[in-house]
Design a protein around this ligand. Structure first.
Ligand SMILES: [Zn+2]
Length: 273
């Protein structure tokens, strides 16, 4: 088995204290690749440390829309230095969110656009969060089109926008949360997306799946990364395909989305000078 978690946050304080045990459990469960998303300059060093210590982990650096108010554009300043240090890193988690209270969508857009520009400059794939801001996201992607494929993680957008996103190079990931009985409408949207553009994720420690999909419980609504096994099984059942087919298809899709190591560190350095 070789499962890929396209989106999670191992550096989160709800997982970090248990990290050694969690990593061992992930290994035992056949989870061979983890895309660890940073959320602000406050956790990028922890993400870098996790990636350095675990060959299965790939680091993502990005200013999450929930952290935009606290950091502003200054939060994006150090992004390039982290990318230069790690030619394998992607840019994420970045995005737009009008669901949170006190959101400043103009500041979010400015930070998002700058981060797409930086991702383009360094030839990196991106991982994007979007809640209740789909029109704004479409506007931004037209203004600064990502040069590499991008992942719309835990995609909960409208069905009618899928065509445009596909043309722009989007991949769409499904978390266990979408298999909750009250989320069947959201899950059915994925039936309109070609299977070669889908990825699977936990978003651990968030997006807890329904009880029957919890393989390992951590308590207090915390989603354990090992629950990815159940996401693979549930998706295979949903599309009526064997699990081995899903594993192979996800590996292929992952390779097509994640395209980071295009250039050497020397090229990276000259790009920002
Ligand atoms: Zn996330």
């Amino acid at each position: 088995m070789s499962l890929i978690d396209a989106h999670l946050h191992l550096q989160d304080s709800r997982l970090a204290p248990e990290l050694e045990g969690i990593v061992a459990q992930m290994r035992e469960s056949g989870i061979s690749r983890w895309m660890v998303n940073g959320t602000s300059p406050d956790d990028w060093s922890e993400v870098a440390a996790i990636a350095a210590a675990n060959p299965q982990a790939t680091a993502g650096y990005g200013l999450h829309p929930w952290k935009v108010n606290g950091h502003g554009m200054a939060g994006v300043e150090k992004l390039e230095s982290f990318l230069v240090e790690d030619p394998g890193a992607f840019v994420g988690e970045i995005g737009l969110d009008k669901w949170i209270r006190d959101h400043d969508i103009d500041l979010q857009k400015a930070c998002f656009l700058r981060q797409i520009e930086i991702a383009n400059l360094h030839g990196r794939s991106t991982a994007i969060h979007c809640l209740q801001s789909w029109g704004h996201l479409q506007e931004c992607l037209r203004e600064v089109p990502p040069s590499k494929p991008f992942l719309l993680h835990s995609f909960g957008g409208p069905r009618e926008m899928i065509g445009d996103f596909l043309e722009q190079g989007a991949y769409f990931s499904i978390s266990g949360y979408f298999f909750r009985p009250d989320k069947t409408g959201k899950l059915s949207v994925f039936d309109d997306i070609p299977m070669d553009r889908i990825l699977l994720e936990t978003d651990a420690p968030d997006m807890l799946p329904p009880d029957n999909m919890v393989k390992v419980a951590l308590g207090d609504g915390v989603n354990h990364p090992v629950n990815l096994v159940r996401v693979y099984e549930a998706y295979a059942a949903h599309i009526s395909r064997p699990i081995d087919w899903v594993i192979d298809q996800m590996a292929e899709n992952f390779g097509n989305w994640y395209q980071a190591k295009a250039r050497s560190i020397a090229d990276e350095r000259s790009a920002i000078e």
